[in-house]
Design a protein around this ligand. Structure first.
Ligand SMILES: [Zn+2]
Length: 320
């Protein structure tokens, strides 16, 4: 049997990881290079002349004396965890097909569970923001779905306590290329229109099952084909890849994280989306995410809307 090229590709080995990012100085140098690809610039006065305070890893501006850390103002801001551990977290979160639980991450990084959980949330937030800069193009299958359980059938749409999201898969020659898992405020025409305008490239051809909210696709100016199905999740071949994707998402995200606080759902879906769309070249994934993280603003605990009850923490420890 022919080997699946995607499944059997070489990723970044732990040995290669250690060679490149096994020391704090190496990680710091990499971060500084990604943050200032054309050389250091003082965030206060814009000056390029600087000295480096090696003991504290600070860049000191020669013009205004302002000291700047490469971590300040990035996703690594205000964290006491060494960059080496952050980079290892990025490696573990981007090199495998599936999600890594915060508990396992805590073991691998040798940090407390709370620390690992927060690092994971912040890196998933980087993924979410990055995803939002891409648009799907070409031939696209879409459907509506809920995090928290199987859609019970068309009359059951809108179930309470479930997080509505759109699943959209672009295909080339009948094979899936890229996909999106985007939480929407609800399945209204306006919500679909807004999502489509932001997330689907003009000229794309979109196939839906004709649910009313998908009229928003026409309002977004897209070519829209309705394939009316007999209720329930559409089984027609036109929806093959949204169905397969949803099945996989269900076991990877919905199945394991069904008890998670709904405020975190967009990030879990985003992490799945991010990994899926970068499945072809795993060895590059660490650098891809780290480069963007170096350009992503801090996401403090409060902004991640993380209020964790004891009950929630219990579930998250088991699954998140
Ligand atoms: Zn300066």
């Amino acid at each position: 049997m022919a080997r699946n090229k995607v499944q059997f590709q070489k990723g970044l080995s732990m040995a290669a990881f250690n060679q490149r990012y096994g020391g704090e100085d190496q990680c710091h140098a990499a971060l500084a290079a990604w943050r200032w690809p054309n050389g250091f610039r003082c965030p206060k006065c814009g000056g390029a002349e600087h000295s480096f305070v090696a003991t504290r890893r600070l860049f000191q501006c020669s013009a205004c004396s302002r000291q700047t850390s490469a971590r300040a103002g990035t996703i690594f801001h205000a964290s006491r965890t060494p960059l080496m551990k952050w980079f290892l977290a990025i490696h573990l979160m981007t090199s495998a097909k599936n999600d890594i639980a915060a508990l396992e991450l805590a073991r691998q990084l040798d940090v407390k569970w709370d620390t690992a959980w927060l690092i994971k949330q912040k890196l998933m937030e980087v993924m979410r923001q990055r995803n939002s800069t891409y648009q799907l193009e070409g031939l696209i299958q879409v459907d509506d779905a809920y995090q928290g359980g199987e859609k019970p059938g068309k009359p059951g749409r809108g179930a309470k306590n479930k997080v509505p999201f759109i699943v959209a898969v672009s295909t080339v020659d009948g094979k899936p290329r890229h996909m999106q898992l985007r939480v929407v405020p609800g399945f209204s025409k306006e919500a679909i229109r807004d999502w489509a305008k932001a997330s689907i490239a003009p000229g794309a051809q979109v196939i839906s099952d004709g649910l009313g909210c998908f009229n928003g696709l026409d309002e977004a100016g897209l070519a829209h084909t309705r394939i009316i199905t007999g209720g329930g999740r559409p089984k027609d071949p036109e929806f093959l890849w949204v169905n397969i994707t949803l099945g996989n998402v269900k076991s990877a995200v919905t199945g394991t994280c069904r008890s998670l606080d709904e405020r975190h759902t967009p990030r879990y879906l985003a992490a799945y989306e991010w990994r899926y769309n970068r499945r072809f070249d795993l060895a590059l994934n660490l650098e891809r995410l780290a480069r963007v993280a170096a350009k992503t603003e801090p996401a403090p605990y409060g902004r991640l809307a993380a209020v964790r009850s004891k009950k929630y923490r219990h579930f998250a420890e088991a699954s998140g």
